[in-house]
Write a protein that binds this ligand. Structure first.
Ligand SMILES: *Cc1c(COP(=O)(O)O)cnc(C)c1O
Length: 432
């Protein structure tokens, strides 16, 4: 475990009040105010110096971290020729997150959640002796499992039983990682509830989700590395959204690059996508309202009907200060809705032309791009950055093989917050 201490920031800014708050590695919101608001890291270096640290940590100047961990990698950005010429685009860059050796993409868990997981674990104050608790429906779990297993950091993952098939690893998982199955018909929201309960116990700490600056600044590395490679800020940024954390991060990365003075001022338009019928953010943005009411529209927003399952966050950081509504407003962005069929066609087209399989979530971004080009709403000579947030599963399976992960303990909904639950969790840790 290599862990040199890094000191590149001290304060975080509250996006509602402008107040500056000391970063203790754990603060997720401004405790001085009632209303929810995001914090944003204030870096000591206003210019981005790309350094010689391994992987993701080349961008450590703008990561709110204290330590460098092993095993990270960067997305790979390249200028597309085949998809670009098929669509008639003169300047399409693809930033690929996943595993694709020919393009030097080495994320063996397959998605940009690796950028998040490394950064969050590099910020976390492990010296307090706490176990990190993360709830996930798949991609996030695999990413945290890799970081913590390879760096021997204590982690509890909470995964809904019916999504356990999405939990796999290319390597043996270290015993410092424990997996809890939220049993029966528990869904992702139940897993979150369970992880919140566990986090109230002594010795456990949740990751804070989008409110954790490390999550967003880690995801933002995709944009930092892509724009560094392109040498300019693009006109449009395409990405599929679940929570919108990645898109807020892209906006924040753009803002920092502009403020560094190293790029001509431009805010790339965030062109985001959701999978029909789960389109609460697209619907709210269309009406330019700050609230997404997912419970009210329950009958419409059916997660079971979408193929890009990850794009189904029920509590997105949308309306709060510094959230997605603000990023869309300031970047003059837009949110598009795409069907399962459009996603499948986009995935097939990408694989045929560019030569690598991509996840349906990435296909949702490609599908929105295709729609915009075909309708003429985006000019073909625009500079476009397409974020492939996950891909290369076939390569991973081929090169490494996939080991399924079994849960260490199962907890049904009727056991939530009971003595039995607390005993089971405690026993899990005490076995060590
Ligand atoms: C998580 C995820 C997304 C959506 O990211 P958000 O930050 O939740 O909006 C998109 N694609 C893939 C592959 C993901 O894992």
């Amino acid at each position: 475990m290599i862990m040199p201490m890094i000191k590149n920031h001290e304060k975080l800014r509250c996006m509602a009040t402008g107040m500056e708050i000391d970063d203790d590695g754990l603060v997720f919101h401004n405790r001085a105010i009632e209303e929810p608001s995001l914090l944003r890291t204030i870096y000591l270096n206003k210019k981005l110096n790309i350094n010689h640290h391994p992987g993701l940590y080349q961008y450590s100047d703008w990561l709110p971290i204290r330590r460098i961990l092993q095993g990270s990698s960067l997305p790979s950005t390249y200028r597309s020729t085949k998809l670009a010429s098929y669509l008639g685009l003169s300047k399409l860059h693809i930033t690929f997150n996943g595993y694709w050796k020919e393009r030097n993409a080495d994320m063996t868990t397959g998605t940009f959640k690796e950028c998040e997981a490394y950064t969050v674990c590099s910020r976390f104050p492990w010296e307090l002796g706490k176990t990190l608790v993360v709830a996930s429906a798949g991609n996030t779990a695999r990413a945290y499992m890799k970081v913590c297993s390879e760096n021997q950091l204590p982690l509890v993952l909470v995964v809904p039983n019916k999504l356990l098939t999405r939990l796999w690893s290319t390597t043996r998982v270290n015993h410092c990682v424990k997996v809890i199955s939220a049993d029966g018909d528990c869904d992702y929201s139940d897993a979150i509830k369970l992880s919140d309960l566990i986090s109230t116990m002594d010795g456990f700490q949740n990751s804070g989700g989008t409110r954790n600056v490390a999550k967003r600044d880690g995801l933002g590395v995709t944009v930092l590395s892509a724009i560094s490679m392109m040498g300019e800020i693009p006109d449009y940024y395409y990405q599929a959204i679940g929570s919108g954390a990645g898109a807020i991060a892209a906006y924040e990365a753009n803002l920092r690059l502009v403020e560094s003075g190293d790029y001509r001022y431009k805010m790339m338009k965030l062109h985001l996508s959701q999978n029909i019928p789960f389109t609460p953010i697209a619907d709210a943005w269309k009406q330019r309202i700050r609230t997404v009411d997912i419970e009210e529209e329950h009958a419409k927003y059916q997660i079971g009907k979408i193929c890009a399952k990850v794009l189904s966050n029920r509590n997105p950081p949308y309306g709060l200060a510094g959230g997605l509504y603000d990023a869309l407003t300031k970047s003059e962005g837009n949110v598009f809705s795409v069907t399962n069929r459009e996603i499948k066609e986009a995935c097939a087209l990408f694989e045929k032309l560019e030569g690598c399989d991509i996840l349906p979530e990435s296909g949702a971004a490609v599908a929105a791009l295709i729609k915009n080009i075909n309708s003429g709403s985006v000019a073909k000579q625009s500079s476009i950055l397409l974020n492939i947030t996950g891909g290369g599963y076939k390569n991973i399976k081929g090169d490494f093989g996939i080991n399924r992960i079994k849960p260490d303990v199962s907890i049904g909904r009727q056991q939530f917050a009971t003595d039995l639950m607390y005993k089971k969790i405690q026993a899990l840790i005490e076995k060590e």
